[in-house]
Design a protein around this ligand. Structure first.
Ligand SMILES: Nc1ncnc2c1ncn2[C@@H]1O[C@H](COP(=O)(O)OP(=O)(O)OP(=O)(O)O)[C@@H](O)[C@H]1O
Ligand SMILES: [Mg+2]
Length: 349
């Protein structure tokens, strides 16, 4: 088709991040026991292959905020490192904003911002202000844009008080805020955040979350976030990708996971009088602290209303509340048991 006939805005329909059959294995030398084993390993050629990422196919559109979650060692950081171009895939393909990251690292670096919560990319001995100045030079950020961004970051991340402090003297929360500003000075299209709230107190976590939400909303920045704090995900991500042992086991809406997988609800009943022998045949008592009992029920087989009716037939009550399953509990179950085909909905039974 002649160029002029391409549909306008066609490019934006292309995913900004796409991986196909992405795989990464690490090779490590197998050593025997003790000193002899250590010396032997210097000469032997016994390698062990460790598959860190296996057949990962992901496709992310511009402006999405995606939670990339999974247990320790699942392959999250390895995936992020391949997306940033730090690691070269063993096989499979990656395209990020039209570029193969590890082949064009410099060009790719202009499109992306990276924050690794466990490791700072600021200059340890320099005051924050000079770290930023250096990054401006490295990324060739135009002065006006630099000043505008820095002013904004200083204000919303409250950086003013420690702009002149050497990075090594900053607290973790202060340093992390500095790292965020540093990663975004050049207006990247995509930011990769690998455990950005690790070790932060609740106030600092909220400041970081608000910052991420703001850049996504204001600039349409695409965000890939790995975290073990599911409150980060609930606050920021509509979509999650769950990875376990290197393989994607779920990719979809967070709500869908809760809806389809979280089949158990809890009904909290406040009884008029304490009932130490509270009993309802066939109903599981999750917790009892008279006069309150927590009843666990499966919403595929019963409704809250039916359960309340059964309770009130036997006991006088003053209040009830229904607790939805925590996303934390759902994800813990998936980590432990694996993701199975979602159970059918009550309406389908
Ligand atoms: N450079 C390396 N050499 C050898 N093995 C590695 C290397 N980097 C990672 N691995 C292994 O690959 C697997 C995936 O590691 P990765 O760091 O991607 O996990 P993760 O999902 O980020 O975990 P965490 O939540 O603990 O950060 C692990 O088994 C890890 O030991
Ligand atoms: Mg990691």
């Amino acid at each position: 088709m002649p160029e002029g006939f391409a549909a306008p805005g066609n490019r934006s329909l292309m995913p900004i991040i796409q991986t196909r059959a992405l795989r990464k294995t690490f090779r490590s030398v197998v050593r025997g026991e003790g000193l002899a084993g250590a010396v032997g390993a210097l000469f032997s050629r016994h390698y062990e292959e460790k598959v860190a990422v296996e057949n990962v196919n992901i496709s992310i559109d511009e402006g999405e905020v995606v939670g990339y979650i999974g247990p320790n060692g699942a392959g999250k950081s390895t995936t992020i490192k391949m997306l940033t171009g730090i690691l070269v895939p063993t096989s499979g393909t990656i395209e990020v904003a039209g570029i193969v990251p590890h082949e064009k690292r410099r060009q790719n670096a202009r499109n992306i911002g990276v924050v690794f919560g466990q490791r700072s990319q600021l200059y340890w001995d320099l005051p924050l202000r000079e770290s930023f100045e250096l990054l401006r030079a490295i990324y060739r950020v135009p002065r006006a844009q630099y000043r505008e961004n820095l002013d904004h970051f200083v204000e919303i991340l409250d950086l003013d008080r420690f702009m002149s402090t050497p990075v090594r003297q900053l607290s973790l929360g202060e340093r992390m805020r500095g790292d965020f500003a540093a990663a975004l000075l050049h207006n990247p299209k995509i930011v990769y955040l690998d455990e950005p709230t690790i070790g932060l107190d609740v106030v600092a976590k909220e400041a970081i979350r608000a910052f991420i939400a703001d850049i996504n909303k204001r600039l349409g920045t695409t965000v890939i976030l790995t975290t073990h704090d599911l409150a980060d995900v609930e606050r920021l991500c509509r979509r999650i990708i769950l990875i376990d042992e290197g393989t994607v086991i779920y990719d979809g809406k967070l709500e869908r996971l809760r809806d389809e997988y979280g089949t158990h609800r809890t009904l909290i009943v406040h009884l008029k009088d304490p009932q130490p022998d509270f009993d309802l045949p066939g109903v599981e008592i999750e917790h009892a602290e008279p006069p309150t009992v927590n009843l666990k029920f499966d919403r595929r087989t019963t409704t809250a209303e039916a359960l309340i009716r059964r309770v009130t037939e036997r006991y006088a009550i003053t209040d009830v509340a229904i607790v939805e399953p925590e996303i934390e509990d759902i994800v813990r179950r998936i980590y432990l048991e694996g993701y199975q085909k979602p159970p059918a909905r009550a309406s389908e039974l």
